[in-house]
Design a protein around this ligand. Structure first.
Ligand SMILES: Cc1ncc(COP(=O)(O)O)c(C=O)c1O
Length: 386
């Protein structure tokens, strides 16, 4: 792992100096990088409206930076909605992207002025028609290829192309014109062609709606899924954007609908460094070739995306020298709290109890995933660097 692949020397110095006197485990978020990522996204997807997926890094500090930049927001709950409204964000700039919601949550969001909602089922659609009248409703399409993402979302969300069409007809029969179609290619999706596949299906739905229901769909929400640089580096965002914009042109050309994107991980991921301390290094028996490193953050306080070894973070130590392979685990008494066992990280053999590990690219889906008091450990602290 090469530190320079993830942070400039200046960024690393800032993080390192800030971290010295802080008690581990903790997360540092670089707010300048949040702003830079937003600006880069806008440049790459000029024609799209950006709805930042709040769930990825939901602090008031991060949201405020994005609010100042003029970002819109994708929310998963009324709690995220309240946080945004508390910051003075106009409900016009909010999309309720979660397809699983209670009637009282729909009514609450509607009463606060939210008018853009996702759905993927008949029951939720009926609730939206009834409790959020006049809203712009879009239907989330299930993208099968999305299972190739490092953190797939396709098993739970979205409906088949046939079901999208049926819901369009069902709404039309009640005098409601569906606004558009959304999809999510799966989080940390490194395969650019999955966007092409998704857009081809969306194009088919647009054509079908016009030909069969005389419905002109107006919007495509391409969701998130854009990858961050983890242990395995990905192509630059410019490369993803160039191809995705080309796919859009190929399918929609001069009949381009309104485009929305909802980046979460790719906007927040590289803004964070999580610092841990090694609590114990041990071997299960004298003949086992690998040593175990137990550190003070694990599956339940920040690193749950290591589940199934799905997300492999780049981990940096300042120790140098000959390397060996290690198994990494967290501090709790739960044997689920093993972070990497199949995939062996290599660290210098000089690694000792008390050393710090720097988990890079941990700005997304870390602090917000912490348990409150599992085994008595408090949620991880987050610091913000301006
Ligand atoms: C509706 C919706 N939009 C956007 C996102 C953000 O995805 P990502 O973090 O992969 O960019 C998610 C993630 O779960 C989502 O559910």
């Amino acid at each position: 792992m090469n530190l320079r692949d993830y942070l400039t020397p200046g960024e690393w110095t800032r993080f390192r100096e800030f971290s010295v006197d802080k008690e581990t485990p903790f997360l540092m978020i670089d707010l300048k990088k949040v702003k830079k990522n937003y600006i880069d996204f806008k440049r790459n997807f000029e024609q799209a409206d950006m709805y930042y997926a709040v769930k990825a890094s939901p602090s008031v500090e991060v949201l405020s930076v994005l609010d100042e930049q003029g970002s819109c927001f994708d929310i998963a709950s009324v709690y995220e909605l309240d946080r945004l409204l508390g910051l003075g964000v106009d409900p016009d700039r909010i999309s309720y992207g979660n397809t699983i919601k209670k009637i009282k949550e729909i009514s609450y969001a509607y009463s606060k002025g939210v008018r853009l909602f996702a759905t993927d089922s008949e029951a939720d659609l009926e609730n939206l028609i009834k409790y959020a009248p006049g809203s712009k409703i879009y239907i989330r399409l299930l993208v099968e290829g999305a299972m190739s993402a490092d953190w797939p979302l396709a098993r739970k969300f979205g409906c088949s192309m046939d079901e999208v069409k049926r819901l369009i007809s069902l709404a039309k029969a009640q005098g409601v014109i569906i606004y558009g179609v959304s999809f999510h290619v799966g989080s940390q999706q490194r395969n650019i062609l999955v966007w092409q596949y998704a857009l081809m299906k969306v194009w088919d739905i647009f054509e079908w709606a016009m030909d069969n229901e005389d419905v002109e769909l107006e919007m495509i929400n391409m969701g998130g899924g854009f990858p961050s640089d983890y242990f395995h580096l990905t192509e630059d965002m410019d490369v993803y954007a160039e191809h995705i914009n080309r796919f859009l042109d190929e399918y929609f050309g001069d009949k381009m609908p309104k485009i929305i994107i909802e980046p979460g991980r790719s906007l927040a991921g590289n803004t964070g460094v999580l610092v841990t301390e090694i609590v114990l290094i041990s071997q299960k028996n004298q003949f086992e070739p690998f040593q175990w490193v137990y550190q003070d953050a694990g599956m339940f306080n920040g690193l749950i995306e290591t589940m199934g070894e799905a997300i492999k973070y780049p981990i940096y130590t300042e120790k140098k020298g000959e390397k060996g392979e290690y198994i990494l685990a967290g501090p709790t008494c739960d044997s689920m709290d093993i972070l990497y066992q199949d995939f062996k990280y290599e660290f210098p053999l000089s690694l000792e109890i008390g050393d710090r590990l720097y988990w890079l690219s941990t700005g997304a889906y870390t602090s917000s995933y912490c348990s409150v008091e599992f085994n008595g450990f408090p949620p991880m602290k987050t610091y913000f660097i301006d």
